[in-house]
Design a protein around this ligand. Sequence first.
Ligand SMILES: Cc1cc2nc3c(=O)[nH]c(=O)nc-3n(C[C@H](O)[C@H](O)[C@H](O)COP(=O)(O)OP(=O)(O)OC[C@H]3O[C@@H](n4cnc5c(N)ncnc54)[C@H](O)[C@@H]3O)c2cc1C
Length: 319
Amino acid sequence: MSTLVFLEHHDGELQKGPLGVLGKAASLGGEVAGAIVGAGGSALAPDAGRHGAAKVWVAEDAALEAPLPQPRVDVLAKIVETGGYDTVLFAASVLASDVAAGLAARLEAGVNWDLVDLVDDGGRLVGKRPALGDSVLVDVAWKGTPAIGIVRAGTFEPAETGGEAEVAQAPVELEDFSTRATMLEQAHEEQAGPSIEDADVIVAGGRGLGGPENFALVEELAKALGGAVAATRAVVDAGWYPYSAQVGQTGKSVSPKLYVACGISGAIQHKVGMQSSNVIVAINKDGNAPIFEYSDLGVVGDLHQVVPKLTELVREKRG
Ligand SMILES: Cc1cc2nc3c(=O)[nH]c(=O)nc-3n(C[C@H](O)[C@H](O)[C@H](O)COP(=O)(O)OP(=O)(O)OC[C@H]3O[C@@H](n4cnc5c(N)ncnc54)[C@H](O)[C@@H]3O)c2cc1C
């Protein structure tokens, strides 16, 4: 196998998701390279090497500065052609998923997404993909090449098991239609702490909070645990919290080490986005809430009393 991993970067840092995918690809063997597209790529190449890339392609053309997908499709298509890669892997994000879809269309390749594992089946790459509301895992493969795969956010933990990578300049030949879109404005949501895709700990709030002002309880607990805040669709639809925090079928899929669900009933559409978390803790006043069926630890109680107490205890414990 010869694998290329799209290494998304923001604010001068390679993202945790693709670094985890890089490490997984390296563990499968074969030739593994990374592609860093956009300003500052060369400076990030050593980090990619440490995480398992034997070679890093960098493309730092000014036209690639804005995080737009189409120019990245052009660059990756050329790298695949030049390097002869038979597999291209992405860690799920809005940008990476756009680029993967564009690359699949450009190369007439197949794309499998939401992968939670990758195995080498006698020289053939096979992906594992949850189906039927995450109740079963199906094996997926590709008929043609390159095999394009998008890995679920948070699936593989990055590990510094690599060394020094060879750095190569990627050819930048952009199609006319790829430069038609321009980024007029980019807004960053003010956020303290990690994003829900990267966080090891997520504290999620649902309708049981009773109102948007009570998200402060969830935020305080997340802060004490060094985690991120997530939400159910019910509260996002009600305008209590931004869509970017929604976990579930029509939101994000996450797999943190710890997921604390506060005032969340545990509907199937929420479950599919968080059930692969290592440890699930639920706080709900209804002992029959479905969330308890798949929680590792449950507290039946009023979150307005339980959550502040828990936050206090965490703070005490952490000093
Ligand atoms: C096509 C489709 C897609 C969907 N996609 C998503 C998705 O991506 N993500 C998602 O989350 N949902 C999604 N939904 C909605 C989903 O079906 C549920 O409606 C939603 O998850 C419920 O959110 P909730 O748990 O916050 O609210 P509720 O179901 O209203 O649950 C609130 C819970 O809080 C508890 N509670 C109330 N007061 C307290 C208190 N004081 N202390 C402790 N507990 C309390 C209650 O016992 C209850 O269990 C989707 C639905 C459809 C049809």
